[in-house]
Design a protein around this ligand. Structure first.
Ligand code: ADP
Ligand code: ZN
Length: 754
């Protein structure tokens, strides 16, 4: 019998392929990359294991090559990926694809070269000045190069010499020829963060409360998951840093730090880089393929042992992982929305167990899932209920913007004539957006030379355009969603598919010229504020102002240097920012998002408000928060303004019992999409019936099917969407059913059905 290996390929097929290897090949470990033939092409696959029996009469093809000296996927990561395949009902190949840099998946170039650069190294010293004058008598340029190299501790990339001195390659070549320098080719790590300042990071002594938490975490049993519930400003970052410092004292120990989004958390990332320096590899979604590969390699070789990054950093090819930190663990960005779909927080828990690492989930507003796990004793709970340095949580005021509108006070000096009550009031567009109270707070804040953050979680200028005669709302031709009005440049834009069109002059339906802007976006607030307070220095941060690679960091740097009075933005500004001079936070409309058709709408609103409120008063100066709302009694808003996470959790968990929603049950959403609405409806009906038959045939208990029904947004990018929900108290059973569905259900091959 030939020696065989089973190989997973990065394709969405639920099977492996077997190939033959020669007798002389040493044992092949799981996780090793191989090059194999598949349907006339060469592919990169990953060995799942050696196979010990062959099928009779089957002609096995040979493995064509072994590009690596050691497995590309280390053992614990390999097992984590197996879990992902089972738990999220995807093929092992798809899970692998999420874990390997794309540049390692091409069979034509399985080992793309490191980027190399030429470095000049001083090789002959000229100690006396006389000697120098003599040697460089007729070549002043060569002398400049020589002396710059000396100043740069004897070596520098040729590029640097050229840039700093403006010398030609000829000058450098001549120096080399005369034997004064040596030119070497070296591999460089393409580290896009290399040029970024790490920021000042005074390393503080932990407070006694922080120390108690650090001690608890550092001595936790391997595989422990801890929930660190610490109010905003309680110093969670220092806990992470100290914990890593202790655990990484052992040789070869490594760690993974997950943050919701690198671009939004430059301060947190900067702290890790300033404490751990070049032990840190930052994995950024803006990395080029080459940069990603470089970062992967330094981690794989163990040259750097802390991976800091967004959700996919959970796949860092590290070994001997001692700690996994998930900062702001409640954030929705930890979920990957494309196949393979996964929650990095849940993957972190599994990988932590397999590695024997301690997993720390940190948040001021934990997800209800984690909170429940902590209360049931599955997680260890650590709390930091006070701000460091005795700072207090900011005072929060609610402004009920439903109240009767008063006319704008006259600016003219002299007798003020009160408006007769029956007269219709002319609304000042500014006042409709910013209440008197918030305006005054803003003016006072700026007058004290302090800074403010203003939150409106809706970008664009107006939410939508509507004809007031016939009611028609301009909607996207590809998606069932209204288009958002943007002013600069003037466009109607779909926030789902990026479709753009010019705003119509007349209503497209009834031809009346009564098309009006409705709703409010950040662009409009920026303009209203600018008109009202021309001296105010406003920075706007939303998806439209942050398309460049460093755009977020640049805006935040300006805030940090106090070149900005008001930072205005969407939920982007609610996360992790720590500016001591920000003393006012204003929420322009707390109700955005509260009525979305999502069972987590209240939870998201609570988190957003609590987090943004936590940005105020983080230094010595006290903070103030003003929240404008039309639903001041909603529990999400009430609990947020009282900084009452525990009260919110109790109320919201009770609401999720009936009808049951997570964490009371596990929920799976099966979405059927396609180009034809009737076909999509029919197919989702077929899926539903298939599942019902399965439930009956296998006598599966406690699994509830809801739907099928059109999704809340029933068309995106021209694809119609229907869904059905599966609820179950038994996770293992639910994932088994889903895996079975993914593997066995035959979707008709028409109308682009998926
Ligand atoms: P959190 O993430 O819990 O909101 P941070 O980790 O951002 O809070 O810490 C809030 C602020 O407190 C930061 O400016 C941090 O430098 C400071 N800080 C944290 N721990 C200490 C300490 N032990 N002594 C002094 N300052 C501290
Ligand atoms: Zn669209």
């Amino acid at each position: 019998m030939p020696r065989l290996v089973d190989v997973a390929l990065p394709i969405p097929l639920f099977r492996t392929f077997s190939y033959a290897i020669g007798e002389e090949v040493p044992a092949v470990l799981p996780g090793t990359r191989v090059i194999v033939p598949l349907r006339g092409r060469r592919e990169v696959g990953i060995v799942v294991g050696e196979r010990h029996e062959a099928e009779a009469q089957h002609a096995y093809k040979d493995v064509l090559g072994f590009p690596d000296a050691s497995p590309a996927v280390p053992p614990a990561l390999f097992s984590t990926l197996e879990w992902i395949a089972r738990h999220y009902a995807v093929s092992f190949g798809s899970a692998l694809r999420a874990a390997l840099p794309v540049l390692l998946t091409s069979a034509s170039a399985p080992n793309p070269g490191d980027k190399r650069e030429r470095v000049a190294v001083l090789s002959r010293r000229l100690d006396s000045l006389m000697e120098r004058d003599e040697v460089f008598r007729r070549s002043a340029r060569q002398r400049e190069v020589y002396e710059l190299l000396e100043a740069l501790r004897d070596e520098a990339p040729v590029r640097t010499l050229r840039e700093q001195l403006g010398v030609s390659d000829g000058v450098i070549g001549a120096l080399a020829k005369r034997g004064f320098i040596r030119l070497e080719s070296r591999s460089t790590l393409r580290d896009p963060f290399a040029g970024r300042p790490t920021g000042p990071s005074p390393v503080h002594e932990p407070t006694p409360m922080q120390r108690a938490v650090i001690d608890g975490l550092a001595s936790a049993a391997p595989g422990t998951v801890a929930l660190l519930h610490g109010v905003t400003g309680s110093g969670k970052t220092l806990v992470y840093l100290e914990l890593l410092r202790r655990l990484l004292a052992q040789p070869h120990a490594s760690a993974i730090v997950l943050v919701p989004e690198i671009a939004l958390t430059p301060q947190t990332v900067g702290r890790f880089r300033s404490v751990f320096g070049d032990q840190v590899a930052v994995l950024h979604s803006g990395l080029s393929d080459g940069e990603r590969l470089d970062a992967w390699r330094v981690l794989h070789r163990g040259e750097r042992r802390i991976a800091v990054g967004a959700r996919s950093a959970i796949f860092a090819p590290l070994q001997n992982v001692r700690a996994i930190i998930v900062d702001e663990e409640h954030e929705a960005t930890y979920k990957q929305n494309e196949s393979p779909r996964y929650s990095a927080r849940d993957v972190a828990m599994v990988r932590g167990r397999l590695e024997g690492a301690v997993v720390v989930l940190g948040s001021a507003t934990p997800s209800l899932e984690s909170w429940t796990n902590a209360r049931e004793g599955k997680f260890v709970l650590h709390s930091l209920m006070d701000r460091v340095g005795g700072g207090t949580l900011p005072q929060v005021e609610i402004i009920d913007v439903r109240g009767p509108r008063r006319p704008v006070p006259s600016e003219t000096p002299g007798v003020r004539v009160p408006a007769p009550p029956q007269m219709p009031t002319i609304l000042d567009p500014f006042r409709r957006v910013i209440s008197e109270r918030l305006e005054r707070a803003l003016q006072e804040c700026v007058a004290r030379d302090e800074q403010a953050i203003l939150l409106l979680n809706r970008r664009g200028y107006a939410s939508f355009l509507q004809c007031v005669s016939c009611g028609d709302v301009r909607a996207c031709p590809n998606c069932s969603i209204s288009l958002t009005y943007h002013r600069t440049p003037e466009r109607l834009t779909c926030h789902y598919c990026a479709h753009q069109e010019m705003p119509p002059e007349r209503c497209v339906r009834c031809r009346a010229d009564t098309v009006r802007q409705k709703g409010l976006g950040t662009q409009q607030v920026e303009r209203l504020l600018g008109d009202r307070m021309p001296k105010l220095r406003i920075a706007r941060m939303d998806m439209d102002t942050t398309t460049g690679k460093w755009a977020h960091a640049d805006i935040l740097d300006r805030v940090g240097r106090h070149e900005v009075d008001v930072l205005l933005g969407t939920q982007m500004i609610a996360k992790g920012l720590d500016f001591a001079n920000v003393t006012l936070v204003g929420v322009i409309d707390a109700d955005v998002g509260l009525n979305l058709p999502d069972f987590r709408a209240s939870e998201r609103t609570f988190q957003l408000l609590a987090q943004v409120a936590g940005r105020a008063g983080r230094g010595e100066k006290p903070g103030q928060v003003v929240v404008q709302t039309r639903t001041p009694d909603h529990h999400a808003i009430q609990c947020a303004i009282h900084h009452d996470f525990i009260g919110f959790a109790a109320r919201e968990l009770a609401d999720r019992e009936s009808p049951p929603y997570p964490p009371t049950v596990r929920l799976a959403n099966v979405v059927v999409s396609g180009l034809d609405e009737a076909e999509v409806a029919k197919a989702s009906q077929a899926v539903s019936e298939w599942l019902k038959r399965l439930v009956e045939a296998r006598a599966i208990e406690g699994l509830r099917l809801i739907g099928p029904a059109p999704c809340a947004i029933d068309r995106i990018k021209q694809r119609w969407r229907w869904h059905l929900l599966l609820k179950s108290g038994n996770t293992g059973q639910l994932t088994k059913v889903l895996l079975y569905l993914a593997q066995r259900f035959k979707m008709p091959d028409r109308a682009g059905l998926r």
